[in-house]
Design a protein around this ligand. Structure first.
Ligand SMILES: Nc1nc2c(ncn2[C@@H]2O[C@H](COP(=O)(O)OP(=O)(O)O)[C@@H](O)[C@H]2O)c(=O)[nH]1
Ligand SMILES: [Mg+2]
Length: 638
């Protein structure tokens, strides 16, 4: 089972409450000292005789890939969220991911102690973002204004919460009053949609039995036709045992999940690595056992399992084997990548998202470069939503990822896990330059040093070409003014000289035409003609009205449509040219804003975009063309 949901909704608190309630030797951590919710935690415990593997996922959008990998391998996801209807939008990406992957899930509305409105409104707000109908399993009961307990809609029993203890069953069963009756009727109506027998009873006004309702709920949940909604307050253990009971009864079995994914029930041990961790003890591959038994020492191609580990209290504890349904750590699978399937054909696995933020990185200690590249490789293995590029032309190594926090966590990980201290900076932009007017250039090299000297004389025309046409060298020499065998060296030297123009950047979109020249039968050579050509290019380009060209990206910004106007203003404010916008075909309620934006303005776009869209906005970019800067950039790039 995986706990997923927005940052700060209470997943880690609930993880610890669930583990502790099941008797696992885990202590409650102080949320202020937790590692900013960037890590995924795996825990093992046993509740009423069933063994459980639980994943506590990071909530921030910058770590969304970890959540995607988790939901690819679990039987059930629990979406933990706030009761405030206004926060429902932040739950939308999680519900959407679950619906897309058709992973059975339930919603745990946490912090029920802070609810001041009606839970009905919370449900209605969440329903907007869920394909499957949400059904409320409990309604809160209050004393004064505060939520102090609940009525279970199936059993019709009333409970009072007790801090850190099981809720107390109230001896006087609650009369199902107006509001509860209404919620119960809504629940039955949804279930009746998928069950004719139930529908008939409801139409005939016969009260269906509780067993019948439980069984139907379980079936509907397994097929992602309904989403059960439970209530609680993880911090006080309210609703935690009730959640355990729902998990126990309603979580699809390992066999059901395997069949949902089309995995044949018979066959040799089959497992899938969904996350990789590097630690002092070596590499640990967190894997889901899909079928059979995974034993220490099992061989998969060249890889051999070096230990099967469970985590009853945070630390990995070695055991001999694990069975289908478990999530365990497998030791020393050095050649096995995250996502890999062990023991069968590759099972589907989520691809990492495109990077949206980047930093240039340099090792502080000189001589750490080799160590850095090894560590980066391990880091990317741990987190495939990171990427590294070596940009030789700009002389920089760039780390790409999902945002500021994501990259800060990566840099921190390099320091704590690999003892590598880095200096980071905004990556340099790949500017180009070109010329605005044609020039004719005559350059002559004549050197006499002792024995035989150097002589070369070239006349070239340098002319601008249209954007995107690139570099061109044309030979127009006639009558043997320059012997043919020197021409290739002249062409190469012209192209080489264009790699760094008078403004310091590569020169693009020019045509160099060799029109005439002279040579000396003894003193001319390839070398002499190269030197003369470079002189001609340097002088000629400087005189040809050089101009900077900046890369312009084609950008698609995705936002809920209530933020469309803001997104457009954001892009215009960054010298963007809006090309248009429209509803995303596969994402109702979301718009796609298309624009051309200078790459120099894209560096921290994601930060501002997220801060104005409750963290929901995202974008795709690709290089589009080069253009002369308009407005601000001329200053910035100079
Ligand atoms: N009032 C209240 N606060 C809670 C509850 N559960 C968690 N919190 C607090 O919410 C904050 C975030 O919790 P955490 O579990 O770290 O959230 P996560 O980011 O989803 O893992 C912490 O300060 C918790 O103490 C709850 O049921 N009620
Ligand atoms: Mg957390």
């Amino acid at each position: 089972m995986a706990l997923i949901g927005p940052y700060g909704s209470g997943k880690s608190t609930l993880f610890e409450a669930l583990m502790q309630t099941a008797g696992a030797p885990i202590r409650r951590s102080d949320p202020r000292t937790r590692r900013a919710g960037t890590e995924m935690r795996l825990g093992h415990c046993s509740y009423l005789g069933d063994s459980w593997s639980i994943l506590d996922c990071p909530g921030s959008v910058e770590f969304a890939h970890a959540t995607a990998c988790a939901i690819a391998v679990v039987d059930l996801a629990v979406v933990v969220c706030d009761p405030q209807p206004a926060r429902a939008l932040t739950v939308a990406p999680f519900l959407r991911a679950l619906d897309a992957a058709r992973v059975p899930h339930i919603v745990f509305v946490n912090r029920i102690d802070t609810l001041d409105g009606a839970v009905r409104d919370t449900l209605a707000a969440l329903q907007e973002y869920s394909a499957a109908p949400l059904v409320l399993r409990q309604v809160p009961t209050r004393t004064g204004g505060a939520v102090t307990g609940y009525v279970d809609l199936v059993s019709a029993r009333a409970y009072r919460y007790r801090r850190g203890m099981p809720s107390e069953l109230l001896s006087q069963p609650a009369e199902m009053r107006g509001r509860e009756e209404e919620a119960r009727a809504a629940l039955l109506e949804v279930l009746a949609d998928h069950d004719d027998a139930l529908l008939e009873k409801i139409l005939d006004d016969i009260a269906p039995g509780t067993d019948e309702i439980y069984a139907q709920l379980r079936r509907d949940l397994a097929e992602d036709r309904v989403v059960e909604v439970l209530l609680g307050a993880a911090e006080a253990d309210h609703g935690v045992r009730r959640l355990w009971k729902a998990l126990r009864h309603d979580t699809p079995s390992a066999g059901e999940t395997a069949s949902r994914l089309g995995i044949a029930p018979e066959g040799a041990a089959l497992a899938q690595v969904f996350r990789t961790q590097h630690a002092a003890g070596g590499k640990l591959s967190l894997a889901r056992i899909w079928r059979g038994e995974m034993k220490d020492g099992a061989a998969f191609g060249a890889a051999r399992v070096g230990g099967v580990f469970r985590m009853p209290a945070g630390e990995a504890v070695k055991s001999g084997s694990a069975v289908a349904g478990e999530l365990v750590g497998l030791g020393r699978l050095d050649s096995v990548a995250t996502g890999a399937t062990l023991g069968g054909d590759a099972l589907p696995f989520p691809a990492p998202p495109e990077p949206v933020y980047a930093l240039a990185i340099v090792a502080e200690a000189r001589g750490d470069d080799v160590k850095l590249s090894g560590a980066l490789q391990k880091l990317i293995e741990e987190d495939p939503s990171l990427r590294v590029t070596q940009e030789a032309e700009l002389g920089q190594t760039v780390l790409h990822g999902q945002g500021e926090v994501h990259l800060a966590a990566a840099v921190e990980r390099l320091a704590s896990g690999f003892n590598l201290r880095l200096t980071t900076s905004a990556p340099r932009i790949g500017y180009r330059e070109t010329i605005r007017r044609p020039v004719h250039q005559h350059s002559r090299l004549k050197r006499q040093t002792g024995g035989h000297g150097q002589f070369a004389d070239v006349k070239i025309d340098i002319a601008p070409r249209a954007r995107g046409e690139g570099f061109q060298f044309v030979d127009r020499v006639v009558g043997g003014a320059i012997p043919r065998n020197y021409i290739p060296a002249i062409g190469e030297a012209a192209e080489e000289a264009a790699r760094k123009g008078p403004l310091g950047h590569p020169v693009v979109d020019i045509a160099v035409t060799l029109v005439d020249g002279t040579f000396h039968s003894v003193d001319s050579s390839d070398m002499a003609f190269r030197t003369a050509t470079r002189m001609a290019m340097d002088e000629g380009l400087a005189a040809a009205d050089p101009v900077l060209l900046e890369p312009i990206d084609h950008v698609r910004v995705h936002v809920p449509n209530s933020f469309t106007a803001k997104a457009q203003r954001l892009l215009s404010g960054r010298r963007g040219q809006i090309l248009g916008y429209g509803e995303m075909p596969d994402r109702p309620g979301w718009d796609d804003v298309e624009a051309l934006v200078p790459a120099a303005e894209m560096g921290d776009l994601i930060i501002e975009l997220r801060s104005m869209t409750m963290g929901l906005g995202s974008f795709h970019r690709r290089f589009d063309h080069l253009a002369e800067p308009r407005g601000r950039a001329e200053r910035g790039a100079a």
